[in-house]
Ligand binder design. Structure first.
Ligand code: SF4
Ligand code: SF4
Length: 401
């Protein structure tokens, strides 16, 4: 499992591009041997203008301003592939790229419209969709099991469920929420949500380079969570998990955090006897970058899927550490920008591989992937051959009623 690299003050100040060498992980950047693996691994390698190895060259040559003034790094979708493959073990996606992206973002002459709107919405409403914060917990009324709001029940709970924006507002996210609630109940877990008080975890904002807004969201959520008593946080958001696990501790939010997929895998012995309904599905699993390459959760989703009676699991050509990014994460809200540049949508590249397996279900563990892949399936003409389901949806379907 990867650990977050501290970028906060460790006695040498806050890590910046100027003082990289004062930090062990920063020093490593200068060990680059220019092998080119990072550029070759990158799904948008041809569109970056400055792939990681070129950024390092420019940094060493004192020409980094040139990188800041080129919007090419908007094509970095923060997929962690370069970092996973770098033979020098340089924390490219954790250390170097965020520092450069922050500067690229501030130097942009024009922020792509879709991204600009999402950032404005997040600043104003606490979610990128621009939905009313007062409707954030409305979905819970459609849940088959009661979903308590922690401020209303006024007591400590075992699990604080961090729902995150897309699952709170999007109808397909609601499907995953209802499934998660059913699974908590089946396992006898005492849980509650933050309700309308919750704000976007901010990870996609951070990955876009808007660190100031990310810090605002982090502070607001930490202050909120500190008001309540709970043992651990569980979230279905892959990027929310990444932020809560790796970034919130440096801002004072040091909570025990789990993602739903590994969380339910931890409870598999208790859950398996309850999975009685046979599902005759051939399933292929897409490893989300944040959960797989960044956190090492490769076995857990597969163990859950294989525990469902009737499910046959097949693998895509690229799976595990070699999985292809869906294009979300750092590329959220940039689909129009990429299309204008003539770049292939990564979600379409991915569903073509999924369809090639002959599976009729594409299973995911990141709520953003559901609509991205459903849309890509339509474009690829595969929507009649394959459906996209969150792992929690499949588990809940297999539960005895
Ligand atoms: S993969 Fe690592 S060592 Fe190789 S060029 Fe890229 S940053 Fe340098
Ligand atoms: S994180 Fe992914 S998209 Fe970004 S530079 Fe590395 S390989 Fe390319």
């Amino acid at each position: 499992m990867s650990t977050a690299t501290p970028s906060a003050d460790n006695g040498n100040g806050v890590m910046t591009l100027e003082n990289l060498a004062k930090f062990p992980e920063g020093q490593k950047v200068y060990s680059c041997m220019q092998c080119g693996t990072c550029a070759a691994t990158c799904p948008y390698g041809d569109d970056l203008a400055f792939p990681p190895r070129a950024i390092i060259t420019m940094l060493e040559a004192g020409l980094i301003e040139e990188v800041f003034n080129n919007p090419g790094l908007l094509n970095c979708v923060t997929c962690y592939a370069c970092m996973a493959k770098c033979p020098r073990g340089i924390k490219l996606t954790e250390v170097l790229l965020p520092l450069v992206k922050e500067q690229v973002f501030t130097h942009l002459k024009e922020v792509p419209a879709e991204l600009q709107k999402a950032l404005e919405n997040t600043m104003r409403y606490g979610n990128p969709m621009g939905e009313s914060p007062r409707k954030r917990a409305l979905w819970a009324k459609s849940s088959p099991v009661p979903v308590p709001v922690i401020a209303e029940i006024k007591r400590a709970v075992d699990v604080l469920w961090f729902v995150e924006c897309y699952p709170a507002y999007h109808p397909r996210g609601h499907d995953g929420n209802r499934a998660t609630a059913k699974l908590f109940k089946a396992l006898g877990i005492d849980f509650a949500i933050l309700g309308n008080e919750e704000k976007c975890a901010g990870e996609c904002v951070r990955m876009a380079g808007e660190t100031g807004l990310f810090e605002m969201l982090t502070d607001a959520n930490i202050k909120l969570m500190r008001k309540y008593k709970f043992n651990r946080i569980v979230t279905g958001g892959a990027h929310a998990y990444d932020a809560l696990k790796h970034k919130y501790p440096a801002a004072g939010g040091d909570f025990e955090v789990h993602h739903t997929t590994p969380f339910f895998a931890q409870h598999l012995a208790q859950l398996k006897p309850k999975l009685k309904k046979k599902l005759d599905y051939t399933v292929t699993y897409h490893d989300a970058c944040a959960l797989g390459r960044h956190n090492g959760f490769y076995e857990e989703p597969r163990a859950l899927l294989q525990a469902i009676p009737g499910v046959k699991l097949v693998e895509m050509n690229h799976s595990g550490v070699n999985s292809i990014c869906c294009g979300g994460g750092g590329g959220m809200w940039l689909d129009t920008y990429y299309a204008e540049k003539g770049c292939e949508r990564l979600s379409e590249r991915r569903v073509k591989e999924a369809l090639d397996t002959g599976a009729n279900v594409l299973a995911v563990s990141c709520p953003y992937e559901i609509s991205r892949f459903e849309d890509a399936l339509k474009v690829a003409g595969g929507e009649k051959r394959m459906v996209v389901r969150d792992v929690v949806e499949l588990l809940a379907e297999a539960l005895e009623d």
